[in-house]
Design a protein around this ligand. Structure first.
Ligand code: AMP
Length: 408
């Protein structure tokens, strides 16, 4: 079975072509800058990487670019589009309607549409590509894998906000959590790496990228996570502020005179590492400048690490103990400096890095704690596409066997 995995953002469509027979990635790439005259395609297959300008004024055209390159005579990997057996879509927000991956029917599309108000930036491009894929690949099973689903088992006391109860009842205002596909992948790998059943483990996963979140996992189940109703709460991110006193919003409105849209933009696009450093949202640049003596860059790194530390402390108490602390995503995988700052002086909690090992690890699976550390600290590069392919394969096989039975 050949599975097309699609991850559609507001201005990009990332794709991977998976061969389930040998679990190999046949091709992968991205159509970026959708809607812009500078739209481009990056495509990797057969050991070669190409980049070319493309016309992709919308997600429909971007999807056509993906299909065209996959069947291209020179750089493609398919003889014909009909070789695609199933399509897996990453869908950001499943609200309280989806607790697991699901085959996409018209009813599922309607329900994803109902979640648009919860994720106005992410769900619309997901829906556009789902609809286009259904049109261009009729009869091919399509599966939605939700970023929120992994956190569905959080207890009420963890997902409720202390607003009057009717705001939860009437408007579904609650913590949903995100990055679930990534937290799920790295926790499963972490258990495999320490060679223990996940059902025996208490794990904290730190997905530290441009967007960041942490999750407390008991027996492989997410019991709390730092992103909330939207991907703004929790850790300090590239351009997002994370936790702050909600009354700052009233102050910005009444005293500074900002509109709601300006506050939204400020907190989502101009805050976080970028806002504090005044330099960049990229930890590489901020670390470089901090080493050159830029105090605001140093402060940005320290604040970021301090917030992560506080969440580790909180999650150890709700888990009551800890077996593994996992770092993933761009910063978690590739910034030894950030990992070191986070784990500094945590010996009392059983967390102790092997600093030499940590300094050597960049984007590869590795245990980076010392031999004496009670908690295994590790780096696990995330692979959301693999989880999407696994769920898509399982559900598509069930769907195909159901429709074959229906015919007999
Ligand atoms: P992601 O959202 O997972 O793609 O992560 C992107 C972020 O990872 C970037 O904005 C950088 O802050 C960070 N990053 C990527 N490579 C490195 C690196 N070599 N060292 C430090 N941070 C990095």
């Amino acid at each position: 079975m050949k599975i097309l995995v699609l991850n559609s953002g507001s201005s990009s469509v990332k794709y991977q072509m998976f061969n389930a027979a040998d679990e190999q990635v046949m091709a992968e790439g991205i159509v970026g800058k959708i809607g812009d005259a500078g739209a481009y395609l990056e495509h990797k297959a057969k050991g070669e990487k190409i980049r070319r300008d493309v016309i992709a004024m919308n997600h429909k055209e971007a999807f056509q670019v993906v299909i065209d390159v996959l069947v291209d005579k020179n750089v493609g990997v398919l003889g014909a589009v009909s070789e695609i057996s199933a399509v897996g879509h990453r869908v950001v927000h499943g609200g309280d309607k989806f607790f697991a991956s699901t085959v996409i029917t018209d009813e599922v599309i309607d329900k994803i549409e109902e979640c648009v108000s919860l994720s106005p930036l992410h769900n619309p491009p997901n829906l556009l590509v789902i609809k286009e894929a259904k049109k261009l690949l009729p009869g091919v099973p399509q599966v939605a894998v939700f970023d929120t689903a992994f956190h569905h088992a959080m207890p009420e006391k963890a997902y409720m906000y202390a607003l009057p109860y009717e705001y939860y009842r009437d408007y579904k205002i609650r913590r949903y959590g995100f990055h679930g596909i990534s937290h799920r992948y790295v926790s499963v790998r972490a258990a495999e790496i320490v060679q223990r059943p996940i059902e025996e483990l208490k794990i904290i996963t730190c997905h530290l990228g441009n967007g960041s979140s942490m999750a407390a996992l008991d027996k492989g189940v997410s019991i709390d996570t730092s992103l909330g109703f939207t991907p703004l709460e929790g850790l300090i991110m590239g351009t997002r502020c994370g936790d702050l006193d909600p009354a700052i919003t009233f102050f910005l409105s009444r005293e500074v005179g900002l509109s709601i849209d300006e506050i939204d933009n400020l907190m989502n696009k101009k805050s976080g590492l970028l806002g504090i450093s005044g330099v960049s949202n990229d930890v590489r640049e901020i670390t470089f400048q901090a080493h050159s003596g830029n105090k605001r860059c140093q402060l940005a790194l320290e604040m970021c690490a301090y917030r992560i530390k506080k969440y580790i402390g909180a999650y150890i108490t709700v888990l009551s103990s800890l077996d593994a602390l996992v770092f993933t995503a761009g910063i978690g995988e590739k910034s030894p400096e950030m990992r070191s700052m986070v784990c500094k002086d945590m010996g009392a909690l059983g967390i102790e890095l092997d600093e030499k090992k940590n300094a050597e690890v960049m984007g590869i699976e590795s245990i980076i704690s010392s031999a004496e550390s009670k908690v295994k600290v590790m780096v696990v590069p995330t692979n959301e596409e693999k989880i999407i392919a696994i769920d898509t394969l399982k559900l598509a096989e069930e769907e195909i066997s159901r429709s074959e039975k229906g015919r007999t």
